[in-house]
Design a protein around this ligand. Structure first.
Ligand SMILES: [Zn+2]
Ligand SMILES: [Zn+2]
Length: 274
């Protein structure tokens, strides 16, 4: 396994990226080089996210190959039509050493309206398995506020909770998530001109509930908007959020990393045993 690099004074964690999908054209050394480029910019850990039955094994293998990468396993609401995971499968994947969360799961009524019932069923299963085995859940929610909150309330765990990733909703939704002991993760969208609603959420949000992410290869922050995104750009997200909160980049990195390790406690205990 490639060892952990601790070179930078800044400690940033990309809480949501799809390393199996990032563009490696600029990296002759492949994924190792892209991860090293992130490490050099202070991005010391990342959570690689599973989305479908087809990619979960790859995501687990990436996490096993790099000490600084952890994995989350689940089926994305836009992928449920191609097959959902069973309770047994989720538990088997989750038992792997580097797997620290379930998801991404959730509800997406923007792209997928046909599969609503299946999305509900799959989301409820991820939530209840998370509750049973004590792992947090990475939640994708789009145009499905009320149902997302209702399902978390019904099936989720207050203790092991989870994160609403790539948050694009309003403060009322963020507040409701806080009441469920959830975290909110901010992506590069916060840097976009029309994202005032998200900036308001960041300003209102208690610092101990914020995470940062790239969601790479999607949604690169300004000034890379429109280009392929990668984990090293979580630094731009961090700087932007730090400015909104009136904190230094170092402090913002420290607080969001503490949050990450509090939520994804299995990652923390794994690092302690390194
Ligand atoms: Zn998502
Ligand atoms: Zn994602």
């Amino acid at each position: 396994m490639q060892p952990l690099l601790r070179t930078s004074l800044v400690m940033l964690i990309d809480s949501h990226c799809h390393l199996d999908r990032i563009n490696l054209d600029n990296y002759k050394g492949g994924l190792s080089e892209a991860i090293a480029a992130a490490n050099e910019r202070g991005v010391q850990q990342m959570l690689c996210i599973g989305v479908s039955l087809a990619n979960i094994q790859t995501v687990i293998e990436i996490a096993q190959a790099y000490a600084c990468v952890f994995a989350s396993v689940g089926v994305h609401p836009c992928d449920v039509k191609d097959g959902t995971a069973t309770e047994e499968q989720l538990k088997l994947w989750a038992a792997q050493d580097k797997v620290v969360a379930l998801g991404e799961t959730g509800l997406d009524y923007h792209y997928e309206t046909e599969s609503k019932a299946l999305q509900h069923e799959s989301f409820a299963l991820h939530l209840s398995v998370g509750k049973q085995i004590g792992l947090p859940v990475v939640v994708h929610t789009r145009e499905a506020k009320a149902d997302t909150l209702a399902l978390i309330k019904e099936h989720g765990s207050l203790e092991h909770s989870g994160v609403l990733h790539c948050f694009t909703e309003d403060w009322a939704m963020a507040k409701a998530a806080l009441d469920l002991n959830y975290y909110v993760s901010i992506s590069g969208i916060v840097t976009f001109k029309n994202a005032e609603q998200i900036r308001e959420v960041v300003r209102n949000m208690p610092i101990d509930r914020l995470l940062i992410e790239t969601d790479s290869p999607y949604l690169a922050p300004i000034p890379y908007r429109g280009k392929p995104n990668e984990p090293k750009y979580v630094r731009e997200v961090a700087q932007f959020v730090a400015d909104l909160k009136g904190l230094s980049l170092e402090k913002l990195g420290e607080r969001t990393s503490e949050n990450f390790h509090r939520l994804f406690a299995k990652a923390k205990s794994h690092l302690a045993n390194e």
